[in-house]
Design a protein around this ligand. Structure first.
Ligand SMILES: Cc1cc2nc3c(=O)[nH]c(=O)nc-3n(C[C@H](O)[C@H](O)[C@H](O)COP(=O)(O)OP(=O)(O)OC[C@H]3O[C@@H](n4cnc5c(N)ncnc54)[C@H](O)[C@@H]3O)c2cc1C
Length: 379
């Protein structure tokens, strides 16, 4: 599909947050962008997540730099596109035992904590930070860099912004499944070839579905998570919330005395569980999560981890939670080398970008900007 135009052209496959931020950055760099999405509406990891812009957990070095840069970009975009629901809420990672408090207090004294805007707050200050926390706590790590966006609205809001601000240079094409690629081009299931000066393939967990992508599959894995959401809670949470098990999963805490946390509960250990909790604008609580690393994945949702997550959330908030209104699963792609993502030019002018793992919503703006640099179209 070639069109005469003075502007450089790009084609992006994948309507998730990575593909969408690539479209945003390419349009900002002056490209005409055709944005291809296999589904009627994207329904992958990007709409199933918490919407956490989670700087606190990022590994020191390149990953933290990317996350901080991305967080600034989210904030700028949030000012321009209110429907993204960007909220600089900060987060509280709550200690529920003295052991957890000691580990957190010790971590808060390390330079890693300051680099992420993390400090330890005592029990009374936990309630000052978030008066909705009515349960017994032993203090918390407060991170003022963490933020939230609305995952079910963000993709549509960014697309609407592109369509309004650059109507001649942005086209979204739902129901357009890419099945092949060539130099600077992608081919869809109707055999239409989409040509550009640059092509980006951001198909998320479907990273090995295209011809020629089998090789990158050895450097990635899929991870399945379970989530739920309650009906609105009649209290406003002024921060997002995590529990001490989250320290085990985020690389920022590699230097913490994690062994002193003791064993996880059997259910938590079996499901690689941590509590993360975000309040949606209507008051509902998004609560998760679990991690399953080995395929084939269960097709069923498990009750035991959901019950444990709800019990933990009730203990921290000190109230009975409203009924659960939805449960769902999600799968993300994670690169295995510990990098921020996998970015590879698999064909001349065709970049596969995937594998950000549990940090894709956080880091997408900066990952996209870095692809333009890797492709030589931005400095
Ligand atoms: C339950 C859960 C909670 C999470 N929570 C957070 C969080 O709070 N914060 C955070 O930073 N990260 C979080 N993550 C991770 C984050 O959601 C992902 O890293 C991120 O959404 C990945 O975005 P993506 O665009 O690569 O993939 P996706 O969102 O999966 O998008 C890929 C898109 O490509 C389309 N596609 C696939 N094949 C083709 C094809 N052949 N042609 C055209 N289109 C195709 C798909 O339909 C899909 O729309 C979470 C993930 C999950 C699953």
């Amino acid at each position: 599909m070639t069109r005469a135009s003075a502007a450089p052209r790009a084609v992006v496959a994948g309507g998730g947050i990575l593909g969408t931020w690539h479209a945003v950055e390419l349009v900002a760099a002056g490209f005409r962008v055709d944005h291809l999405e296999a589904d009627v509406d994207p329904a992958g990891a990007s709409v199933r997540n918490f919407g956490l812009v989670w700087v606190s957990g990022r590994r020191s070095g390149a990953e933290l730099e990317v996350a901080l840069r991305a967080r600034r970009r989210w904030e700028e975009a949030g000012a321009l596109v209110p429907d993204l629901g960007f909220r600089p809420t900060g987060s509280l990672t709550v200690a529920r035992t003295e052991r957890e408090r000691r580990v957190m207090e010790d971590f808060a004294r390390q330079p890693e904590a300051a680099a992420r805007g993390i400090g330890f707050v005592g029990t009374d200050d936990v309630r000052t930070c978030n008066p909705a926390i009515g349960g017994a706590t032993h203090g918390a790590l407060f991170c003022n860099e963490d933020a939230v966006v609305e995952p079910r609205r963000a993709l549509g809001a960014l697309r609407a912004h592109l369509s309004e601000s650059a109507p001649e240079r942005y086209r979204f094409h739902p129901r357009t499944r890419v099945v092949g690629l060539g130099a600077r081009s992608l081919v869809d299931a109707t055999a239409t070839r989409w040509e550009g000066d640059l092509a980006v393939v951001a198909t998320g967990a479907a990273y090995d579905h295209l011809p020629g992508t089998g090789g990158i599959g050895t450097r990635l894995r899929r991870v399945r998570l379970q989530m739920l959401e309650t009906e609105p809670l009649a209290r406003t949470l002024t921060t997002s919330i995590a529990d001490a098990d989250s320290l085990r999963y985020y690389p920022a805490y590699e230097s913490a005395r994690l062994a002193d946390l003791g064993e996880q509960t059997p259910v938590a250990a079996a499901h690689h569980l941590q509590l993360l909790l975000v309040q949606r604008p209507d008051g509902g609580l998004t609560i998760g999560d679990t991690h399953q690393y080995g395929e084939p994945f269960d097709f069923a949702l498990s009750d035991a981890p959901s019950a444990e997550l709800l019990a933990r959330a009730e203990a921290i908030l000190g109230v009975a939670l409203p009924p659960v209104r939805e449960r769902w699963e999600g799968v993300y792609a994670q690169c295995l080398d510990g990098g921020v993502c996998l970015r590879e030019e698999i064909e001349q002018g065709v970049f596969v970008v995937t594998g950000p793992g549990g940090r894709g919503m956080t880091c997408a703006p900066a990952i996209a900007a870095d692809t333009l640099v890797a492709a030589g179209v931005a400095a």
